[in-house]
Design a protein around this ligand. Sequence first.
Ligand SMILES: [Zn+2]
Length: 80
Amino acid sequence: MEKEKLMFSCDVCGKQYQHGPGRYEGHKLELYGGIFCCDSCWRSNWDGWSTHYEEILLNHIKNKGLPIPKRNIKGLLPRN
Ligand SMILES: [Zn+2]
């Protein structure tokens, strides 16, 4: 019998990703209050979050009352 896949939606782009069993595609973003993003977000924004996602990330921060992470050398929000 096949094990049921655990699907979650990415807190950043909204895409569905699998996080268990056997395959773990979620990545925890400590700087953003422990939200999770999918593997494609994690990989494609390794050098800082695309400005396209800034509003979403800043909203998570605001809702959790966290400080805005220091921007990196490119002026982007750090991935983690
Ligand atoms: Zn994503």
